[in-house]
Design a protein around this ligand. Sequence first.
Ligand code: BG6
Length: 486
Amino acid sequence: MTNSQSAQLVIFGGTGDLALRKLQPALYKLQREGFLNNVCSIIALGRADRSSEDYRELVKTKMREFLPAHFWDDQHWHKFAAKLSYVSLDVNTLKDYHQLSEAIHDHADATTVFYLATASTLYNSICRNLHSIGIVNEHSRVVLEKPLGHDLKSCTDINHEVLQVFPEKNIFRIDHYLGKETVQNLLVLRFGNALFGPLWNSQYIDNIQITVAEDIGVEGRGDFYAKTGALRDMVQNHLLQLLCLVAMEPPANLRADTIRDEKVKVLQALRPITASNVKAKTVRGQYGAGAVNSAPVAAFLDETGFEDSESTETFVALQADVHNWRWEGTPFYLRTGKRLSRRFSEIVVELKKHPFSLFEGDPNDLPNKLVIRLQPEENITLYKVNKKPGLSRQLKLEQVGLNMDADLHDELQAHEAYERLLLDVLEGDQTLFMRRDEVEACWAWVDGIISAWQEAGIKPKTYAAGSMGPNAALALPEKNGRSWHE
Ligand code: BG6
């Protein structure tokens, strides 16, 4: 879409948590900043019968709840609300699509973006019905939320069906982690700074750690989560995407496909985890009762109440090995979990120590580390050693963290990942979206782990809510003389 073209947005799952908590606030903020002038209409779809007026009230209430107060102002809200409407529709019932078709035809010249913010089991049916009713043309785009399917087979089926209706260039498979400012900054950090390039390989890097720790539980999504688990919900997408950006080769240019080609190569180089090494390479956990942020919380099983959730992991830690020229010998430790002691996400790049140390025996003779913090705050810190100031005859070391950020705090806080990604969909830029082969390669590797768990009979170990996961997770890097950065 060029600047002069207009667009309309159709949101399936318009009354769902994602739409109300993330999408509508992001759209409102884009409108407020003048980025939505080309969007003539936002049509939300939901099963319930309700008027557009009611829907606008619902969005307003939720927005006042989720959006920091300083972003709110009545004038922008009225402008935004004028674009919002609601159509009731059961996604599986073809005749319900007639009303949507009429609404879309009010802006027949606009590019239509269909945002599927529903369970991915509904994507095939939605695409088939959109096609049958004749409202998809060569300009229409579709946004698919993660997780895309439940395993490689279901993901391939969805991709196949969606591709019957939309060409790959119009499909936007979303992973909101790619919209986070610091994640995008990884490309600039790695390829815009001569300082890091020569060191970025297994000759100088000892290990890389990627942690996405959450203090929340399953937040009313117990049904979905019990069938999904942390490996599918987080590792298959967010953590593997971070791994790809950290490990990939420099792309020849910044075109979406050039970058995605490099990411796919990393996924293809991941050494499969099998029944013979799954015990050594992975840890599954599930939270029991405990306390988070000083408040008592129930065990996962009590929270969900599902008998079959006993084998659902709410925590996973694993060692991934990227079997290629650059990374052979450098383990990538990944971990994510719910109800952990605190919320933080970070990538830690730990360099090797010198082959010979002049300061042997000093407890602070520590390796350099680059810590890329994604949340709650976004920053980059380089840990180095200094001489401890003072007149002592003996040289003593201390570790200091250099804050490598420009003073961007306000700017970073101002934009949510979904704003960046929605804007890119409207602009037709696929760089921050996953291509079909990428998502399928992620599933292929993750499916291998799930089969290995089954074959080796690995069940989740209980950890206390408010801890950092099962003890075995702490021991995972320790087997090789390493430890998690805390
Ligand atoms: C979602 C997962 O994709 O990411 C959730 O389905 C998780 O389970 C969420 O809580 C975490 O996102 P963020 O941006 O809060 O780290």
